[in-house]
Design a protein around this ligand. Structure first.
Ligand code: FMN
Length: 201
């Protein structure tokens, strides 16, 4: 039997990429806790360097949680975030290397020592891999029929204080999740063509 995989079909490519959009308004359809768990259980299998998995997330659904979010939002992001069924506060653990015994036992000791000796290396790894995991979350959400509205217009200090007390975990960006209101998408903006930004050598 061939091990060469087939491309996913056109409908899947449309849903994941080609017709998927960023939403600024939300239908009142709720998102269950079970679906949020399924979202994480899907994205968690996507790769991070050395399997370091630095992303940490608080999924905000409750009115009390939304109230805590509000002062940490740039004004342009406030209304749509209050309206969204779920807002994921995406953070990363600056001491992610303390979990390598579980995640990468074969190399845990050496890697931990390297990261502790070189804080810049650790910071780059945490930010790079948590951001990748954020992108995986967007694609996993789309694969599960959900829509997203990622946002970097936040006040990091406020969100860190409210959602990641202790200082070890810091905020990266936030992401509204739910079923998007088609009326809320902006006109589709241009993308670079292949030859503008890519080369094959
Ligand atoms: C990391 C990230 C941060 C973003 N920050 C904001 C934001 O603060 N406010 C906002 O309205 N849109 C924000 N966006 C939305 C982008 O502008 C939008 O995804 C992009 O223009 C593509 O839109 P489209 O998916 O509808 O083509 C952000 C998107 C990403 C991926």
């Amino acid at each position: 039997m061939s091990t060469v995989k087939k491309a996913v079909d056109d409908a899947a490519l449309d849903q994941l990429f080609r017709t998927a959009r960023t939403y600024n308004g939300w239908l009142p359809t709720p998102v269950s806790d079970a679906l949020i768990r399924q979202l994480y259980d899907t994205l968690k299998m996507a790769p991070t360097s050395g399997n370091c998995n630095p992303m940490r997330v608080v999924f905000v659904k409750s009115p009390e949680g939304k109230k805590k979010l509000l002062p940490g939002l740039k004004p342009a992001n406030a209304e749509k975030t209050m309206q969204a069924p779920v807002t994921a506060v995406m953070g990363y653990d600056t001491e992610f290397y303390e979990h390598l015994e579980l995640l990468a036992p074969h190399v845990a000791k050496d890697r931990r020592a390297n990261y502790i000796a070189d804080p810049e290396l650790a910071q780059r790894a945490a930010f790079r891999n948590a951001t990748l995991q954020g992108a995986y979350m967007i694609m996993a959400a789309r694969a599960l029929g959900l829509d997203c509205g990622p946002m970097s217009g936040i006040l990091h200090d406020v969100l860190d204080h409210e959602f990641f007390p202790g200082g070890k975990v810091v905020s990266n960006f936030i992401m509204n999740i739910g079923y998007g209101d088609p009326a809320s998408v902006r006109p589709r903006a241009a993308r670079f063509e292949f030859d503008d930004v890519c080369t094959i050598i």
